[in-house]
Design a protein around this ligand. Structure first.
Ligand code: HEC
Length: 470
């Protein structure tokens, strides 16, 4: 992705500038050498940038997954995996800097090109290559369907798919077969082109309609795989009697701060059903736990640890200290400080409005809850503020800090997942009692929960969830 953004989009834009500016000023580019240098500086920068990310990604992923002979995580501390990839962060920084230097060089070059000149009205002849001469007649649609390209592709693709399912020996044979098919296809194509026939890609490229349909089909494969679960989950997950309790007004305010501050850029809220994830973060996330999340905060990147089950893992004071200065609780952390949350205030008047808005999205708040939102926020906030005050920290009940802590302490706790220190008791908005549903009842949850309950983090003394590892 970074290669695409920097190398393709970025350098293509640079190419356009190099082409356009001299023509607009009726002159030559000030320095062709500098433009060449830009290309190479940027390319080296991109390579450093990408390779360092690959190395750190694979490295950190393996560290996350590493488990010792006794089955416990080898690197329970997230920060440890972060410190391990720090040198790669520096390389990435160097790569990014080079890329930027290249663009500065371009700006200098263009300014020099424009210096002392005035823009001119110019026209440029753009030569269109004679497509017909370049590639002979493509044949009919029937040629596309019955032609060799399609059949080579299908056989090759089929072999590649079967390859992933079979055992070692047939897999090796298939792998060789795929290579042979590819080689034969290459040779045949070359011979046909030498004989003056249309190139295989030319055949399909010249037929926009067939090309569009085939591209659409291949794109849909991925799209369908992504869409299907959402469609079927609507039936599988009960909309009422949900595993998720609606957020209180204060938690909702905290959630909005979480979005405003971009916490999701570094933190996911989605624990995968894999043993190392489970040991590190707690019970795997389930779709029904996000039913009232509008919009969801799954995130797509873990610069920091997953937060889906952060609720109850630490006392309020830990969160306060951590948000004020992450290095105070987690030496080596690269999370920024959010100390302004302590002074900034939430608008309590908005609490009710936020609940009301959520009802339009299907969250079952009652009119009373909406009417009482302001008082509820104050009550819940006071409980957290009081807990902090008992440990010599002064924040007001309506501070953003308190709202953020309320939200964090709430995360992932709907399933009765409990570990770590209990947060201070808070008053909670009681949602309307859902109709009893055997599947969704909390008592039934442990059976439904993958993996086996005996490995629940709460029962696993080695899991960092219990406060170890840091
Ligand atoms: C630049 C990336 C980044 C951003 C942005 C960020 N964090 Fe973090 N966060 C981290 C890293 C790295 C860690 C692990 C080290 C630590 O504990 O500080 C972490 C740890 C945490 C933890 C402790 C998790 C655990 O299981 O121990 C919490 C809670 C947290 N962050 C909340 C937040 C909140 C709330 C925000 C937004 C206000 C936020 N983070 C923004 C990177 C980030």
């Amino acid at each position: 992705m970074h290669g695409g953004a920097l190398g393709w989009n970025g350098l293509m834009a640079a190419g356009m500038f190099y082409w356009l500016v001299p023509r607009m000023y009726g002159t030559q580019l000030h320095s062709k050498k500098a433009a060449d240098a830009h290309f190479w500086i940027a390319t080296i920068g991109i390579v450093l940038y990408m390779v360092s990310m690959w190395i750190s990604g694979v490295n950190q992923g393996l560290m996350w997954q590493a488990r010792g002979a006794d089955g416990t995580l080898t690197y329970p501390s997230f920060v440890e995996t972060l410190i391990a990839i720090r040198p790669m962060y520096m390389v990435r920084f160097a790569g990014g800097t080079l890329y930027l230097v290249g663009f500065c060089l371009m700006i200098w070059n263009l300014i020099k090109t424009m210096a002392g000149k005035t823009a001119v009205v110019a026209s440029t002849e753009v030569v269109v290559a004679d497509a017909e001469k370049a590639d002979p007649e493509a044949g009919t649609l029937a040629d596309v369907i019955t032609g060799r390209p399609l059949w080579f592709s299908i056989v090759g693709f089929g072999a590649a798919v079967v390859f992933t399912f079979v055992s070692l020996v047939p897999a090796i044979i298939l792998a060789i077969a795929v290579l042979v098919i590819g080689e034969v296809a290459y040779v045949v194509n070359k011979k046909e082109r030498a004989a003056g026939k249309a190139s295989w890609f030319g055949i399909i490229e010249r037929r926009p309609m067939a090309f569009t349909v085939l591209v659409l089909l291949s794109v849909l494969v991925g799209g369908v795989a992504e869409l299907m679960p959402t469609i079927f989950l609507k039936q599988a997950v009960p909309a009422t009697g949900s595993a998720q309790k609606p957020y209180t007004a204060l938690e909702l305010q905290g959630r909005d701060l979480y979005t405003r501050e971009g916490c999701y850029v570094c933190h996911s809220q989605m624990i995968r059903p894999m043993i190392d994830e489970y040991q590190r973060y707690g019970e795997a996330s389930r779709a029904e736990e996000f039913i009232y999340d509008h919009p969801f905060q799954w995130g797509s990147k873990r610069t920091g640890p997953d937060l889906h089950r952060i609720g109850g893992k630490y006392p309020n004071l830990w969160h306060y200290t951590h948000l004020m200065d992450p290095r105070a609780t987690s030496a080596g952390s690269n999370m920024p400080s959010y100390n302004w949350l302590a002074d900034a205030k939430i608008d309590q008047e908005l609490g009710g409005k936020k609940l009301d808005l959520m009802t339009t999205l299907g969250v079952p708040y009652t009119p009373e809850q909406i009417a009482n939102a302001k008082a509820d926020q104050q009550l819940q906030g006071e409980a957290i503020a009081k807990d902090l005050a008992s440990q010599s920290v002064t924040v007001t009940a309506d501070s953003e800090m308190v709202a953020m802590i309320a939200y964090l302490q709430r995360l992932g706790r709907d399933q009765g997942v409990r570990y770590g220190v209990e947060p201070a008791k808070t008053t909670e908005v009681v949602p309307p009692a859902p109709p009893p549903s055997p599947e969704a009842a909390p008592a039934a949850a442990p059976e439904a929960a993958p993996p086996a309950p005996t490995e629940a983090p709460a029962a696993d003394p080695a899991a960092p969830a219990n406060g170890g590892g840091r």
